[in-house]
Design a protein around this ligand. Structure first.
Ligand code: SAM
Length: 227
């Protein structure tokens, strides 16, 4: 099947470009041992996020959907010493594994991990972080994506990046009549991004070791270039 070649090409390129990394491998192993689902980003997606943080010069990052903290490790490493990544996770078990992984990786001092449904913890995040976030990574329950977008707009400034993962879902996203609430959540999310006068965005499809999917990246602007 097609996905085999995608996986092999990921392996080939990752071997050349992404050094073996004990903290990240240990985290994936601890996640598996704790029975967490393997919905983590792939190594090359993690590195892509890390590079985006560096390009952005990000020191304040918000992640919605921590799981075992795999993507959090990638991003926390790109932060300056005074930087912070706030990461929100609804499942206490996932958060506990993430805390242990981030501690083992020596990164917990840069991480503010909050347990509870994100829509319940976001108001406190806004209170506790009056300065805008430089980058927001949305990677939790997809039906809530339109709500997360509203929050992301409140928590950012012109120049901030908002990234939404898993927006292709094996192509399901094109089905307007889909009864899958995740597909509808993603569709509404993309529509709101497309219609928003202060967002410049693009969506890219991806293939690789985790199959066929994609992400959307939006930049908050004062003055859109093209609308
Ligand atoms: N970002 C992680 C990574 O790449 O390593 C993967 C996150 S996984 C795709 C989604 C996570 O969002 C799960 O751990 C799930 O428990 C969590 N989640 C689901 N609903 C949530 C909610 N309402 N608030 C916060 N987290 C939620």
């Amino acid at each position: 099947p097609q996905s085999m070649i995608w996986s092999q090409v990921d392996d080939y390129m990752n071997e050349l470009l992404i050094p073996e990394d004990k903290a990240l491998e240990d985290a994936l192993q601890a996640n598996a041992e704790a029975g967490l689902p393997s919905y983590d980003v792939t190594p090359n997606q993690g590195k892509f996020l890390q590079l985006l943080l560096q390009i952005q010069g990000a020191s304040r990052v918000l992640e919605i959907g921590t799981l075992g903290g795999y993507s959090t490790i990638w991003m926390a490493r790109a932060l300056p010493e005074h930087g912070r990544i706030v990461t929100l996770e609804s499942e206490a078990k996932h958060a506990a594994v993430a805390e242990s992984n981030l501690t083992r990786a020596g990164l917990m001092h840069k991480v503010d991990l909050r347990t509870g449904p994100a829509l319940a913890t976001l108001p406190d995040v806004k209170e506790d972080y009056p300065e805008p976030f430089d980058l927001i990574f949305i990677d939790a329950d997809k039906p809530s994506n339109p709500d997360y977008l509203r929050w992301a707009l409140r928590l950012t400034r012109p120049g901030s990046l908002i990234i939404g993962d898993n927006i292709v879902r094996d192509g399901e996203v094109i089905h307007a009549a889909s009864t899958d609430p995740r597909v509808q959540g993603v569709r509404t999310f993309l529509e709101h991004i497309g219609n928003h006068p202060r967002l410049e965005a693009v969506a890219l499809q991806t293939v690789g070791s985790k199959g066929y999917d994609g992400f959307v990246m939006a930049r908050v602007t004062d003055a859109p270039l093209t609308k």
